[in-house]
Design a protein around this ligand. Structure first.
Ligand SMILES: Cc1ncc(COP(=O)(O)O)c(C=O)c1O
Length: 389
């Protein structure tokens, strides 16, 4: 029989995240696995989208998105990210930030091109790069603060490096890259004529007064950085599938054409709806941060009381926790038993690492849940040791 599938999808399989969500649904458990983010959307955004549907704003948009949205995004990027940005030619509205990343990878990566990725990583980053047949070079982030060895980073760069992927704040470990780290990365990009692709989808979710720094704002980086962000996490609309890319014109032109080829455009009434997000007051963001900080602290405490060693995240809304003292054989067993005994789904840690041994003693928890659900999940996790095997 003829070979059915292309080499590029060799090894792709259902992720542990989706598997745990299915297992969780079977036992009607509380899902701290997938980053679903089940908060309600702000009424003003919903009303704007409903209005757009009622007004039949339903035809294809420009390939890089509607004018008003590109303008509001560009202003936000100039003010918050401190990246100079022209709404005409340097902003592309995509189908989710995932759409942004797919187009960036398709546009940049030839089979064998080297891409540098930090481990632990977000699985979609890894798999999309694999589908593009990139040669991956990994740099390990080490708990508890997720720092890395600067020498290892330097060694990962070569003449073949196409780009380094930064994810700040990061999923799954919650690392927020410091200005010093990003300056080092920028120096290496300049030295090796490499690009930086940066996923900043959690840019507003920061703890303990940390500041978000965008690599694209650093000296010399504007011309070689593709900044990816989106609306899914900040406005709790993961299913709306709206994200965007910021890139210098010479790169953005091609990314926009690919966006057109793959998606034609992002959903038009939702583009009109999400414009209203930019009218939210500053307090929206401070309240969101405060809310997630409370949830982070609750989850940290629950894991500690259960006998784990959590690594409190600096940003985003995921946490890795080490369960070595609980006596489970490995992370698969830990996730299975926690679901069985507590009815709480978590993700086995090894799925986030290039060397699965690095995550064999860890689980990942996502605390972007409604408060009553998270309180109940934390109560059950605290009681983990007292639940009979
Ligand atoms: C680091 C990271 N990037 C991107 C995404 C997906 O974002 P979007 O919904 O905009 O495609 C996620 C979702 O979990 C994520 O964790």
């Amino acid at each position: 029989m003829k070979k059915l599938f292309a080499d590029r999808i060799e090894g792709l399989a259902q992720s542990d995240i989706r598997r745990m969500s299915l297992e969780c649904a079977k036992v009607n458990g509380i899902n701290l696995g997938q980053g679903i983010c089940d908060q309600p959307i702000e009424p003003l955004i919903k009303q704007a989208a409903t209005r757009a549907i009622a007004e039949d704003r339903s035809i294809y948009t420009r390939l890089d998105g509607i004018d008003e949205l590109r303008q509001r995004i560009a202003k936000k990027v100039r003010d918050y990210n401190r990246i100079p940005c022209d709404p005409n030619g340097e902003v592309i509205v995509n189908v989710g930030s995932t759409g942004s990343f797919v187009t960036a990878c398709m546009a940049l990566v030839d089979p064998g091109d080297e891409v540098i990725l930090f481990s632990p990583f977000y699985g979609y980053h890894l798999n999309i790069l694999k589908v593009c047949q990139a040669t991956l070079k990994f740099v390990t982030l080490r708990p508890p603060d997720w720092s890395y060895d600067p020498k290892a980073l330097e060694a990962a760069f070569s003449a073949k490096t196409k780009f380094i992927l930064v994810n700040t704040p990061s999923n799954p470990c919650g690392k927020v890259f410091t200005r010093d780290e990003l300056t080092h990365i920028a120096d290496l990009c300049l030295k090796h004529d490499a690009l930086c692709v940066t996923d900043e989808i959690y840019e507003y979710i920061l703890y303990d007064d940390r500041r978000h720094v965008s690599p694209g704002s650093l000296t010399g980086m504007q011309d070689r950085t593709i900044t990816i962000s989106g609306f899914s996490k900040t406005y709790a609309m993961t299913g709306w599938r709206l994200g965007y890319t910021i890139a210098p014109k010479h790169l953005a032109d091609k990314l926009a054409i690919l966006n057109d080829l793959i998606n034609v455009c992002a959903p038009s009434p939702l583009q009109h709806g999400v414009v209203a997000a930019f009218d939210l007051p500053e307090s929206y963001y401070t309240n969101m941060r405060r809310d997630y900080q409370v949830k982070r602290d609750m989850t940290v405490e629950a894991c500690r009381e259960a006998g784990m060693t959590p690594f409190p995240p600096q940003g985003a809304y995921y946490m890795l926790a080490d369960f070595s003292d609980l006596g489970f054989k490995d992370d698969q067993e830990a996730a299975r038993v926690i679901l069985e005994r507590c009815g709480v789904a978590v993700i086995p840690g090894s799925s986030f690492y290039v060397d699965p041994r690095d995550g064999r003693r860890q689980i990942r928890l996502c605390y972007a849940k409604k408060m009553p659900d998270l309180e109940e999940a934390c109560r059950r996790i605290r009681a983990l040791k007292s639940v009979p095997a």
